[in-house]
Design a protein around this ligand. Structure first.
Ligand SMILES: CC(=O)N[C@H]1[C@@H](OP(=O)(O)O)O[C@H](CO)[C@@H](O)[C@@H]1O
Ligand SMILES: [Mg+2]
Length: 548
């Protein structure tokens, strides 16, 4: 593109989407995320970058999702999706950060440097799919994204309000038409179609009950389930709560993150003892389950539980199909409950890898298995199947003995029901419901597989969270000096004590995690570690308190 036309672009940027703040912003665990009013220029610039990325990828489609997921309503964010539906390649995160932070005056020269650095052929076509969540600031930001795309002569296509995983799915399909149709309807056909097919093969039996309550976090996931619900013909009776009406606020005291971290029931959901409830997050990529017993005690079934449920069922089907040469592995982070890791390795005999927080790390590690199951404890995850796995299973489904064929065909349906591009609450919900139905399980029986170690998560505000450096998949910290020794000494005081600290990539805080053999011990250990962080890493505001 000739420089003169680029110059028009930068003049436009200054006028329409000027940089209004000097606060440094970083492409973190899940893209840029901060107060929505600080983001317009960032999103516009990411529109520019998406076009450059599309051209580097020979004109393949790139995705842009406007969302701040589980954060509260005033926040928003943007993340880029690569052509196969996966997260933006990590080496580009630094480029994105640079472009987001330069002054309006330097935007022109920086963009040109980047085009040169990544060797983008600016004469190629470029295509960008844009999706957004339900935040009231999202339409304005989506418009800024489109303006950025148009500015560099790319073609934006706006999908309106969609879940993050629907956008990932559409990007993947647009670039690989064997995966499906790149529309919201195409997505429903694939996921819900596979669920219905499998339901015809698996009659309801045992303790499984087709009624499922859903906490939609007042976000987009519940709205989409409301569309799906009507086509379910009784295979699953979805009772939906927190759909965003009646003054319900996005993620406020509800949704998957609230349920997981507070271990409390969300507001807005009718309480029926022992009724299983699926809780989604604000952009529909996380899922946890829970039920309350007759004393209103909360029983949580988190991402670790979903991972073990899916992995054990897939292992059973692989055995039935006699697909013995396919290996399966499970990927977790340091937040996985220690009891789940023990159960997976000792009982399920499935190998486990531990990686850094953020699905991009889990996804990457899962690729090394023929079948990789990955979940963060907070309920973000999926299953990915290699080409070898898909071919082997398809061959058995076609040529195997009758019993082998049955298992292999069920596996093919499961693969179809899975959104392999990224963790997806809707797809995961149908997978979980399938396994519970296939095994005739009540949520109580699902939970009985192993007993979680009591755990606690806390947040500490510090002057500069990047003063904390970590190693060993974030399980140990190397700075500031003395902090790891303090954490070790504190954890050593408690039976089954384990604790770690790391800077959040999505909020300006340090996260503390602790587990121990009782809830009180886990609460105390977490609070003591939080105090150590406060003292050694420059805490600000109120000093963390020990539990009463
Ligand atoms: C402990 C925790 O749940 N951390 C979350 C959270 O990241 P942080 O870097 O911890 O803020 O948001 C990420 C994006 O949704 C998610 O991938 C991750 O698991
Ligand atoms: Mg999310």
């Amino acid at each position: 593109m000739p420089p003169s036309s680029l110059r028009v672009v930068y003049a436009f940027a200054r006028e329409m989407h000027p940089k209004t703040s000097d606060v440094f912003i970083q492409y973190g665990t899940a893209g840029f995320r901060t107060k929505a009013n600080l983001l317009e220029h960032v999103v516009y610039r990411m529109g520019l970058l998406a076009v450059i990325r599309s051209r580097v990828k020979n004109g393949r489609t790139i995705g842009m999702m406007i969302t701040a997921s589980h954060n509260l309503e005033p926040d928003n964010g943007v993340k880029l999706v690569d052509p196969d539906g996966e997260m933006l390649e990590q080496s580009w995160e630094e480029i994105a950060t640079r472009l987001a932070n330069v002054s309006d005056n330097d935007l022109e020269s920086t963009t040109e440097q980047i085009i040169k650095q990544v060797n983008a052929d600016m004469s190629l076509k470029a295509s960008v799919f844009i999706g957004m969540d339900t935040r009231y600031t999202s339409p304005r930001l989506a418009a800024a994204a489109s303006n950025g795309v148009i500015a560099l002569k790319g073609t934006p296509r706006e999908f309106g309000i969609v879940t993050t995983p629907i956008l990932h799915y559409c990007v993947k399909c647009r670039n690989d038409n064997t995966y499906g149709i790149p529309t919201e309807e195409g997505y429903y056909e694939k996921i819900v179609g596979a669920f219905k097919t499998i339901r015809q093969k698996l009659p309801v039996f045992g303790e499984y009950n087709t009624t499922l309550y859903v906490d939609g976090a007042n976000g987009v996931g519940g709205k989409k389930l409301n569309i799906i619900r009507k086509s379910l013909d009784g295979e699953l009776d979805l009772q939906l709560f927190n759909l965003g009406g009646n003054g319900g606020k996005l993620n406020l005291n509800c949704g998957a993150d609230f349920v997981k971290v507070s271990q409390k029931q969300p507001v807005g959901v009718e309480h029926v003892p022992y009724q299983r409830v699926a809780s989604l997050d604000g952009d529909g990529d996380r899922l946890v389950y829970y039920y309350l017993d007759d004393k209103e005690n909360m029983h949580l079934l988190d991402g670790d539980r979903i991972a073990t449920l899916l992995a054990s069922y897939i292992a059973e089907l692989l055995k039935g199909a006699e697909a013995g040469d396919l290996n399966m592995g499970l990927v977790q982070t340091a937040y996985a409950n220690g009891a789940s890791t023990r159960y997976i390795t000792e009982e399920l005999k499935v190998p486990v890898t531990c990686v850094k927080t953020g699905v991009k790390h889990l996804h990457h590690a899962a690729l090394s298995y023929d079948i990789g199951v990955y979940f963060e404890a907070n309920g973000h995850g999926t299953v990915i199947y290699s080409d070898k796995a898909k071919k082997t299973i398809a061959k058995i489904a076609h040529d195997g003995e009758p019993e082998q064929r049955k298992s292999a065909q069920l596996l093919l349906n499961l693969i179809d029901m899975t959104n392999e591009t990224v963790g997806d609450a809707i797809s995961d919900l149908f997978l979980v419901e399938t396994v519970l139905c296939a095994r005739g399980l009540h949520a109580r029986q699902w939970r009985a597989a192993y007993a979680d170690l009591p755990c606690r998560q806390l947040k500490v505000t510090v002057q500069d969270r990047n003063a904390i450096a970590t190693t060993d998949a974030e399980r140990r910290c190397t700075a500031p000096e003395g902090l790891q020794a303090a954490v070790d000494a504190l954890a050593g005081k408690y039976a089954s004590g384990r604790a770690f600290v790391r800077p959040s990539g999505t909020e300006d805080i340090v996260r503390v995690y602790a587990e121990a053999d009782s809830q009180l011990a886990a609460d105390k250990l977490a609070a003591e570690v939080a105090q150590a962080v406060y003292e050694l890493a420059g805490g600000v505001g109120e000093r963390p308190q020990l539990p009463a």
